[in-house]
Ligand binder design. Structure first.
Ligand code: CA
Length: 223
C-alpha cells in the first residue's frame, strides 16, 4: 500500500510518514501542490492524505484532479478548518473523508484502514492456502512454506487483488521503496521464487502471467 502525504507543516509531515511506516505503509512526502503533482505523475497511490491550505495552492484542487485521473485512489483531506461548511465543501469536491486538525494518530490510522478495506494485515485464506501478512507466513495443508521478503509481498499483493490483472508497474509502486531505482526485472525474479518455492513443490499454480499486461493470482485454478 502506498500513500502520498501532502502537508506543508514539515514536522507533521515527518510524523505522519514515520507513523505510517510503523504500520507497514510506504509513503512519499510532498510539502506543496507542485511536489504533489510531481509524485502523482510518476507513481500510483492507494491513498492520499491532503492538507487543504498549501503554500502554493488549495488542496481541494488536488482532490478533483486525483479523482478525475484515478477515481479509485482514496483521498482524505486534513484541515484546521473546523466548521461544517468546510467539511461539506471538501466532501463535495470529491474527498472520501475529512479529518480535522489536530487529530489523534491512532484515529487517523483507523480511518485509513477503514478506507482501505482490503488492507495489508488481514489473513488471506483460500482453501488450504493461508497467507498471514502480519507474520510473513504461508501455510499449505498446515505445512509452513519458506517464502519471505519481496516474493512474499508480491504473492500477498496479488492474492489481495484476486481475479485482477496487476501490472509490473503497479507491483513496483505497491511494494518497492523506490520503484524508479529498480528494473521491472525484480518482479520476474520474485515471481520465479514463488513458482520455485511454492508452486513447484506443492504441485499447484498460484500466479499466471498475462502476456504484456502483468500477473494474476489464479489459485485454485479453474475455481
Ligand atoms: Ca497547511
Amino acid at each position: 500500500m502506498r500513500i502520498l502525504i501532502v502537508e506543508d507543516e514539515v514536522t507533521l509531515n515527518k510524523t505522519l510518514a514515520e507513523g505510517l511506516k510503523e504500520f507497514g505503509y510506504q509513503s512519499d512526502e510532498a510539502e506543496s501542490l507542485k511536489d504533489a503533482l510531481y509524485y502523482l505523475d510518476i507513481r500510483n497511490y492507494d491513498l492520499i492524505l491532503a492538507d487543504w491550505m498549501l503554500p502554493d495552492g488549495n488542496g481541494l484542487e488536488l482532490v478533483s484532479q486525483v479523482k478525475q485521473k484515478t477515481p479509485k485512489t482514496i483521498v482524505i483531506v486534513l484541515s484546521a478548518r473546523d466548521d461544517k461548511d468546510s467539511e461539506i465543501e471538501a466532501l463535495r469536491a470529491g474527498a472520501d473523508d475529512y479529518i480535522r486538525k489536530p487529530f489523534d494518530f491512532d484515529v487517523l490510522i483507523a480511518r485509513i484502514e477503514a478506507r482501505l478495506r482490503f488492507g495489508g494485515s488481514r489473513i488471506i485464506e483460500i482453501e488450504e492456502l493461508i497467507i498471514n501478512p502480519e507474520e510473513e507466513k504461508i501455510t499449505y495443508k498446515d505445512k509452513e512454506i519458506e517464502l519471505k521478503g519481496k516474493p512474499f509481498e508480491v504473492l500477498s499483493h496479488l492474492a489481495r487483488h484476486k481475479d485482477q490483472i496487476v501490472s509490473k508497474d503497479q507491483l513496483l509502486d505497491a511494494i518497492w521503496e523506490e520503484p524508479e531505482l529498480v528494473t521491472p526485472n525484480v518482479i520476474e525474479v520474485a515471481i520465479n521464487q514463488i513458482r520455485q518455492k511454492l508452486d513447484k513443490p506443492l504441485g499447484i499454480q498460484t500466479i499466471e502471467t498475462v502476456r504484456r499486461r502483468g500477473y494474476r493470482f489464479c489459485y485454485p485454478k479453474g475455481a
